[in-house]
Every structure is written in C-alpha cells, then in structure tokens.
Write a protein that binds this ligand. Structure first.
Ligand code: LLP
Length: 423
C-alpha cells in the first residue's frame, strides 16, 4: 500500500505526525471524524508561488471556496494574499477574518442582486461579470448607489483543460464566462457607462489541471483580446489568470509552480498590467487530512469492508467525482495488506471513501487518515442523514488549535419550528 508523506505529514517510528504533533493526540481530544490542517504547508506553498512570480507585478487572491475556515483565510491574509470569494457568505467570512475589501474579488456565475449590493457596499476590489444581464444589473445597482462599479469580465477562452468534466470550466459547453467575441463587444458597449469601470479581464479554465498547454493557450487568447481592447482605448489594470493549478493526490505529475511561472511569464510580462491569480487547491489540498475511526470491519465472498465514521457528508469528492484520496493508518506496519472498500455510514451505495484499496488489514477502532482533504472537503460537507459537521484543527509546529468544534444537534435544529397547525 502507499503511505503518503510530505514536508508536513510524516511517520515517526510508524506514528503519523502533522508537523510536530501526533495526529492521534489530536483525534483523541476532538473525537472523529476531524479535519486537520498544517499551517506550515499553507505558508510554504504560498511562498513558493509568490517566489516563482516575484519578478512580475502580481497579487495572489486565495480562492476561499477551497477552504473558508476563517483562520485559514486569516493565515492567507497574514501572508499578503487577497481573497477570491464566490458568494456573499464567503465575503462575510473574508471580512470577518480581517481582509481589507480592496483585497477581495467577488466572483460567481449567478450573483444575486443582494450579493452585488453587498459587494458594492463593501467596496471590494472588483466584481466579476459573467453575462450581459449581470453587467446591466451591476450598472443599475451602482447607479442607485451613485457609485461606479469596478468590473472584470470573465472570458471563456474555449480551451480544453483536460480535467474532470465537473470541474472543467473553459469550454463553450460550460456555463462560465462570456466568449471572446461577445466579451469584446460588451467591453466596448459599457465602457462609457457612468456606473461601470472596467478594471480587468479574467479567466478560470478549470480545476486540478496538471498540464501547461491549456493555460498557455488561454493566456495567449486573452492577451490578444487584452491588446485588441487596448487598441480601442480600453486599458485594463488587471489580467486575472484564475486558479486551477493541479496537485498530487495519487500519481499525477503536475507541473511545478516554477515551470508554470516560467511558461507564463513571457506572455504576462508583455501585458504591462498587474497579474492576478486565484489558486485554492494548490495551497490547501495537501495541507489537510480527515481523521476517521474504523467503526466496523466485515467481509463477504467478494469484498472486505472497512466501515468508517467519516462519510460522503464530510468528504464528498470520491462520491461526486470518483476522486482518489490516499487512506492510511495513524499507526502503520501493524498488519498485512488486504484489499478493501472503505465506506461511510451514510445510507447510499455511493457513500465511499475508497474502493478496492490496498490497505493494512485494520481492526475495529483503528484510526485512519484520509489524505489530501484540505481543499474542497469541509466546505462541501453536509448534514445529510442528520450528521453533524466535524471539527477543524490547525497545527502550527508543536501546537494545535481547535478552530471550530463539532456541530451539535441544536445547530442542526436551529430555527426549525414544530408547527402545531400542520397536523
Ligand atoms: N477561481 C474561480 C473563479 C473558480 O471557480 C475556482 C474553482 C478557483 C478560482 C479555484 O480553483 P482551484 O485553484 O482550487 O482549482 N469541488 C471541486 C473543485 C471545484 C472548483 C471550482 N472553482 C473539487 O473538489 O475538485
């Protein structure tokens, strides 16, 4: 079986540590399931990214949809990152973490009028627009507030990011963005609007992208549009490359951030404006694990099952995308290897963490770590089957902090009323 290790997660005498803390010490305190994140991993990855682009004028806006724990956002803020938010709810989190509004980008393919109002009231750096109707609505709301809205159009460059179809966003069949031709006319049409100031051009072609050509092709296409706009009198302050840089879950071989930077910089330098990035997964995926207890083991003629207390409700990625997450014991090399399905307690056959996985022949109440769970884990968690969302812990060196405790049943029943007249 494979034992994933990185600079934050490693075995010491066969005991899994996160930085300088034994994972089992944390889960004993919090119970399971529990999400644990390494602050070191976040800072290291952020610094690698910033370093790769240090010689061009850029600003990173961490995409908080990957993990919107306010302490995670606060770590990014302290590293100098801005925050990309996809809704008013994420914006409120960023503001609560102390992020200055001018360091927030408000994204989202279907922003409501209330969200646009909230973005304008908070005076965020810019709102992205993804349709003509949205530009119209932004203009109308800005006018009612006597404001000039800073807007970037998200352009769909129609390139194939060669990733899972559910997380591919840069093709004409995807709901995201506006094609180049229409975007060009919209920039020209609304450029003299009293209430819109176009500050940028934006792309985001998908997520978990492991090869460079789609990025290069998209940047080339949007650079050409940038210069066409410039020649028509529209000079933009920002060129936003989006996020989507892939990471290792299993045996992927993604480009290094250095390779990414070297491939894109020649194109980006020519633009002569500020370059923005919005990575989420790149920083967070391998900063986090989900620790779970083996509630039961069972076998039939065909399969071994390990039934865990973590489920699709905590980590939906395997059920939704068939994603691979490494699974390994907190104490290793105790048992021989078997092949097993690792499944949760939710009442769905689609509720699995791993299928036919080689893993040690673990016993009831052994604990496991589900790896690469720092991005798109807790943020996608649900209360299905009446389950409470788990606690989140951040480790910093030999210290750890419980940033949020397990939900209570009172949280689950919050504001739900038993209406007597209904029977
Ligand atoms: N910017 C925009 C406009 C986005 O839509 C996204 C992700 C990002 C940035 C950050 O992308 P990243 O660097 O994290 O790839 N739930 C899926 C991923 C959905 C990504 C949605 N958009 C998953 O678990 O794989």
């Amino acid at each position: 079986m494979r034992y994933f290790e990185n600079e934050s997660y490693s075995y010491r005498n066969d005991v899994l540590f996160v930085e300088d803390v034994a994972v089992g010490d944390i889960s004993e305190k919090t119970g399971t399931p529990v999400f644990i994140y390494s602050k070191k991993h976040i800072s290291d990855r952020f610094r690698q990214f910033a370093d790769a682009f240090r010689d061009i004028d850029h600003h990173v806006f961490y995409a908080s949809k990957a993990n919107f724990n306010i302490n995670v956002i606060n770590i990014f803020r302290s590293l100098g990152s801005g925050i990309d938010v996809n809704s008013e709810g994420e914006m409120i989190r960023a503001l609560k973490a102390g992020v200055a509004p001018q360091n927030i980008i408000l994204s989202g393919v279907g922003k409501t009028a209330d969200e646009i109002r909230a973005g304008l009231d908070s005076d965020v750096l810019m709102l992205k627009a993804e349709s003509e109707e949205e530009i119209e609505l932004i203009a109308k709301i800005a006018e009612s507030k006597n404001k000039k809205a800073r807007v970037a159009i998200r352009v769909n460059p129609e390139v194939d990011a060669k990733t899972h179809p559910y997380i591919s966003t840069g093709l004409a069949q995807n709901k995201f963005g506006i094609n180049e031709k229409d975007a060009e006319s919209l920039y020209l049409k609304y450029n003299n609007s009293r209430c819109i100031k176009f500050t940028g051009i934006d792309m985001h072609i998908g997520s978990q992208i492991t090869s460079l050509p789609p990025f290069i092709e998209a940047v080339e296409k949007l650079s050409a549009l940038y210069f066409r706009l410039k020649s028509q009198g529209i000079t933009l302050e920002h060129f936003d490359v989006g996020g989507g840089m892939g990471v290792v879950y299993k045996e992927e071989n993604p480009f290094s951030i250095h390779e990414f930077a070297e491939a894109l910089k020649p194109h980006l330098r020519k633009l002569g404006c500020k370059i923005l990035f919005e990575p989420g997964r790149f920083f967070m995926a391998n900063s986090g694990i989900l620790v779970s207890d083996i509630l039961y083991t069972k076998k039939n003629d065909k399969k071994n099952f390990l039934i865990t207390d973590a489920a699709m409700t905590e980590l939906m990625r395997p059920s939704l995308y068939g994603s691979y997450h490494n699974v390994q014991p907190l104490i290793r090399n105790k048992y021989p290897e078997i092949k097993a399905d690792i499944v949760g307690p939710v009442c769905e056959s689609g509720d699995f963490i791993a299928k036919d996985r080689e893993i040690e022949d673990l016993k009831q109440n052994d604990k496991i770590a589900i790896i690469s769970a720092g991005a798109y884990g807790m943020v996608m968690a649900s209360n299905y089957n009446g389950r409470r969302r788990p606690p989140e812990v951040i480790v910093d060196g030999d210290k750890y902090f419980i940033t949020r405790s397990r939900e209570t049943f009172d949280h689950l029943l919050y504001d739900e009323k038993l209406i007597k007249e209904l029977i």
